[in-house]
Design a protein around this ligand. Structure first.
Ligand code: SF4
Length: 326
C-alpha cells in the first residue's frame, strides 16, 4: 500500500510521541482483542485519563472473555461505578457471552458480525477492526473529527454533517499499519489539535492545514438540544435510612438503585428543588418527603451512613448529598 505524504507524516509523529496506554501493551492477539473491546466501551463517553485506572482494575479482576461472560452483575457494576452510562457495562458482558457462545471465544474480525454484538455500533466496530485486527478503517471519533474539521477548515452546518465527514476522512489516506494509524490520528487530536489552543507548532501536518492558514481554530458545533424533563422524587426516611428502588421504569440508569421517581409531562407551576444533568437530559426534580410507605417492587432501606459502601449510581449519591445538606 503506497502511503500518502500526510499519512507518513502523522505516523512518524506518532512513533515519536505516542502515549503508553495500558490497552496498547504488546500482548497476544487474543488479549489485544479483549483489551481493545473493553477500552473502546469505556472510552465511548469518557476521557482517556479517567478510563486508565478503571481499565487497569477491570482487566485485573476480569482478565478475559470467559470471566467477563460469567461475572456477577453486582461485581461488574461495582467495577464500573463512577464511569456512568452503565448500559455500556451490561452490553460488554452480553457481548462476551455472545462471543463465547457463537464465536468460539474470539472477537469476530468482520464488520457485520461486530455490529451485531450488543453495544457495538459503526464507530466501535471500525475502531476494533482497525486497532485489534489491523484492518484499513479510520474510526471517526471526536478527536479525529476535530483534526479533520480544522485541517480542511470545515465550518458550515452542511460540511460538518457526519456523512460529509465520513467522505472527507479519505483525505488522511490509509496505511498498512492500520492499527497504529487509527491510533495516531486519535492521538494527534488528543495531544496536539486540542479542542482549545491547538499546539500547531508541534503538528506534523501544519503545512497544509487550512485552519492554520486562516488563523481560525474555532469549531462549529452541531446543535444538540438539551431536553427538559420533570420528575417527582419521593423520599421515605426511617431512622437513618432511605428507601431506594431498583429502576425498571426509566431508560436511564436501568436496573440501578435510585429513589422512587415519577415523570411528569409539562407540569404547570413546577417548583423544582434540584436540577441535575444526565447526558443531554436536563432533569428538573421536585422532592417530596413522604410518610406513608408505598410498596415498591425491589425496594430496600439503605443506611445513609453506609451509602458509600453500596454500588450506587452517581445520580443517587448526588440526591443523597442534596438531602443531607437541606
Ligand atoms: S495545524 Fe493546528 S489546527 Fe491544523 S491540524 Fe495541526 S494542530 Fe490542528
Amino acid at each position: 500500500m503506497k502511503e500518502q505524504l500526510v499519512t507518513k507524516k502523522i505516523l512518524k509523529w506518532y512513533d515519536l510521541n505516542n502515549r503508553s496506554l495500558p490497552w496498547r501493551k504488546n500482548v497476544s492477539l487474543k488479549k489485544r482483542q479483549y483489551y481493545t473491546l473493553v477500552s473502546e466501551f469505556m472510552l465511548q463517553q469518557t476521557q482517556v485519563v479517567t478510563v486508565i485506572p478503571y481499565f487497569n482494575r477491570f482487566i485485573k479482576k476480569i482478565p478475559n472473555f470467559k470471566s467477563l461472560a460469567k461475572i456477577q452483575n453486582k461485581k461488574l457494576i461495582k467495577l464500573w461505578e463512577g464511569l456512568g452510562y452503565y448500559s455500556r457495562a451490561r452490553n460488554l458482558k452480553k457481548t462476551a457471552q455472545v462471543v463465547i457462545k457463537n464465536f468460539k471465544g474470539k472477537l469476530p474480525d468482520n464488520f457485520d458480525d461486530l455490529i451485531s454484538l450488543p453495544g457495538i455500533g459503526n464507530y466501535t466496530a471500525s475502531a476494533i477492526l482497525a486497532i485489534a485486527f489491523n484492518k484499513p478503517y479510520i474510526p471517526l471519533d471526536g478527536n479525529i473529527e476535530r483534526v479533520l474539521k480544522r485541517y480542511l477548515y470545515l465550518k458550515n452546518e452542511k460540511d460538518i454533517k457526519k456523512n460529509n465527514l465520513i467522505k472527507k476522512k479519505s483525505i488522511f489516506g490509509l496505511s498498512s499499519r492500520s492499527s497504529d494509524y487509527a491510533q495516531a490520528l486519535m492521538e494527534l487530536g488528543a495531544l496536539i489539535c486540542k479542542p482549545t489552543n491547538p499546539l500547531c507548532n508541534h503538528c506534523p501536518i501544519i503545512d497544509k492545514c487550512k485552519s492554520f492558514k486562516q488563523k481560525d481554530f474555532n469549531l462549529t458545533k452541531s446543535i444538540k438540544k438539551n431536553i427538559d424533563k420533570y420528575f417527582i422524587l419521593k423520599v421515605y426516611k426511617k431512622d437513618q435510612k432511605y428507601l431506594l428502588v431498583k429502576n425498571t421504569k426509566f431508560k436511564f440508569l436501568k436496573n440501578l438503585t435510585i429513589f422512587p421517581m415519577e415523570e411528569l409531562s409539562k407540569p404547570k407551576n413546577f417548583n423544582k428543588s434540584l436540577n441535575l444533568k444526565m447526558s443531554n437530559m436536563n432533569m428538573n426534580i421536585k422532592i417530596k418527603y413522604l410518610k406513608n410507605f408505598e410498596k415498591f417492587p425491589s425496594s430496600h432501606w439503605f443506611d445513609k451512613k453506609k451509602l458509600n459502601n453500596h454500588m450506587l449510581p452517581t445520580f443517587t449519591k448526588k440526591v443523597v448529598k442534596y438531602l443531607e445538606r437541606n
